[in-house]
Design a binder for this molecule. Structure first.
Ligand code: FES
Ligand code: FE2
Length: 407
C-alpha cells in the first residue's frame, strides 16, 4: 500500500511532476515503430509525458521530430505534406525542413525564404533501434542508449508491436514485474506449452507451485528472480531484468524466442503505449511473430479497447464456460492490457492489500521512489557501471552458483 503522495509520485508524469521531469532528463523514450515511418509517408502523432509531437521519415530516410503544433498558428503537423525532406503545413503552407529550419513562408512573397529564419522550431534527438524510434526530450546531452540486447538486431530477429492503453504507465510496468500473475491470468495461453517436450525449461513449470522471489537492485534498475526447487535437487530459475524506467526483459520460456520485451511508455497521466514483442540474438528468426502482422491485427494498434457498458472489454463468457480462464481469447497481451485498464485509469494504491507474492512490486516501488528522491538532489540512487546489454534468464541450475552471478 502506498500513501496518496507516493502514488502520485510514481504515476504522474505531466508538467512539473518529478517523474516526468526525470524521464525527460535521463532516458531515451521509444515513441513509434520504425516501420510506421515511411519515407515521404504519413507523419506520425506522438504523445509523451502529456505533450504532443510529430515524427516523420524524410525523402532521404532521415527522421524529423518536432512539436506537433505548426509554429505559425498551431495547426497539426501530423496533417502536413511530407515531401522533399520537409513538412509543409496544409493550413498556410509553411515549409519546415527535416532539421527544423523554416525554409518557405509562401504568404511573404519576396521574403518567403528568409521570413522563418529567426523562428525556432523545437527538434529532438532520435535514434532507431530494435524496430523502434527512440527520442530524447531533455535539454542536455542525450544519455547512453538503454542496455537492452536487441537494439542492433536486424528486423528478422526482433518483432515489436504497439498498443495504446487507457491506463497509467506504472500499471503496465508493475504487470511485468508481477510474475505470479502469469500462472493465473495467462493460464489458458500458457497451458498450450505444457505438452511441449522441448528440453528447454518450460514456462509451465512455474504454474504448479509457489516460487521463492528474490530481487537484486542494480544501477540500471533491478533483477527479479522466481526460483523453484525441483524434485531432483536442482533449481528452475526465471529472472526478469528491469531497466528503468519502463523496460522489462522477460524470459520467453520454452518458445523459440530468446526473450519477451514490454515497454510501458507514458503518453500522459492517463494513457500509456505498450511496445511488446520478442527477439532472438542467435536463435531462429522471428518468423511466427512476423507472420502475425499479416493477420487481422495492426502492429501499430495491436490491442483494441472497447470498454463496453458493463466494463468487460469484450470478455467472452461462452469461452469461459468452455474452459478458457480469462475469456480474453484474442492474444495473450490482451489479458494484460485489459486487466490493467480494469484497475482504474490510475490505480488507487492507498486501498490495496499486498501479499507475499507482491514482494517484487514492493521493491520496484521502493527502487523508483529512491531514484526520484536521488534525482531531485542531482544524484543516482545506485551509482555504478551499467553493462552494455542486460538480458533475462530462464534456466535450470544445480544451485551451486548464486543466481545473481548467472544473469
Ligand atoms: S498554421 Fe501552419 S502554416 Fe499556418
Ligand atoms: Fe501478463
Amino acid at each position: 500500500m502506498l500513501t496518496h503522495e507516493q502514488n502520485r509520485l510514481l504515476t504522474e508524469v505531466e508538467g512539473d511532476a518529478p517523474f516526468g521531469q526525470m524521464m525527460r532528463e535521463r532516458y531515451w523514450m521509444p515513441c513509434a515503430r520504425s516501420a510506421a515511418l515511411v519515407a515521404d509517408g504519413a507523419p506520425q502523432h506522438v504523445r509523451l509525458l502529456g505533450d504532443n509531437y510529430v515524427a516523420f521519415r524524410a525523402t532521404d530516410g532521415r527522421i524529423g521530430m518536432f512539436d506537433e503544433a505548426c509554429p505559425h498558428r498551431g495547426a497539426s503537423l501530423v496533417l502536413a505534406n511530407n515531401k522533399d525532406c520537409a513538412l509543409r503545413c496544409i493550413y498556410h503552407g509553411w515549409k519546415i525542413d527535416v532539421s527544423g529550419e523554416i525554409v518557405d513562408v509562401p504568404s511573404e512573397g519576396a521574403r518567403a525564404e528568409s521570413f522563418g529564419k529567426g523562428i525556432k522550431v523545437n527538434t529532438y534527438p532520435t535514434f532507431e533501434g530494435g524496430g523502434l524510434l527512440w527520442v530524447y526530450l531533455g535539454k542536455g546531452d542525450p544519455p547512453a542508449r538503454p542496455p537492452i540486447p536487441f537494439l542492433d538486431l536486424d528486423e528478422s530477429r526482433v518483432w515489436v508491436c504497439r498498443s495504446v492503453s487507457p491506463s497509467n504507465w506504472f500499471q503496465g510496468v508493475e504487470g511485468t514485474i508481477d510474475s505470479v500473475h502469469v500462472g493465473t491470468l495467462h493460464q489458458s495461453w500458457i497451458s498450450g506449452y505444457k505438452d511441449d517436450d522441448s528440453p528447454n525449461p518450460s514456462i509451465a513449470l512455474t504454474l504448479d507451485s509457489h516460487p521463492r522471489y528474490e530481487v537484486e537492485e542494480t544501477p540500471y534498475g533491478m533483477k527479479a528472480a522466481a526460483i523453484r526447487d525441483l524434485a531432483d535437487g536442482r533449481q528452475y530459475l526465471r529472472v526478469t531484468n528491469y531497466v528503468m524506467p519502463f523496460v522489462s526483459l522477460v524470459p520467453a520460456g520454452n518458445t523459440d524466442r530468446e526473450g519477451t520485451v514490454f515497454i510501458a511508455v507514458p503518453r500522459d497521466n492517463h494513457e500509456h503505449m505498450l511496445f511488446w514483442g520478442f527477439w532472438n540474438e542467435d536463435g531462429p528468426r522471428i518468423e511466427a511473430e512476423r507472420d502475425m502482422t499479416s493477420g487481422t491485427r495492426d502492429p501499430d494498434n495491436w490491442v483494441h479497447f472497447e470498454e463496453g457498458p458493463n466494463r468487460t472489454w469484450g470478455q467472452d463468457r461462452e469461452a469461459m464456460a468452455g474452459g478458457h480462464f480469462s475469456g480474453m481469447t484474442g492474444c495473450i497481451v490482451d489479458e494484460d492490457l485489459i486487466i490493467q485498464a480494469s484497475q482504474g485509469v490510475i490505480q488507487d494504491r492507498t486501498r490495496e492489500h499486498l501479499c507475499s507474492s507482491d514482494m517484487g512490486i514492493g521493491r520496484l516501488r521502493r527502487r523508483l521512489l529512491d531514484e526520484i528522491a536521488a534525482w531531485q538532489n542531482g544524484l543516482l540512487a545506485i551509482d555504478g557501471p551499467i553493462p552494455e546489454k542486460v538480458r533475462p534468464l530462464d534456466t535450470i541450475t544445480d544451485g551451486d552458483q548464486p543466481w545473481r552471478e548467472l544473469v
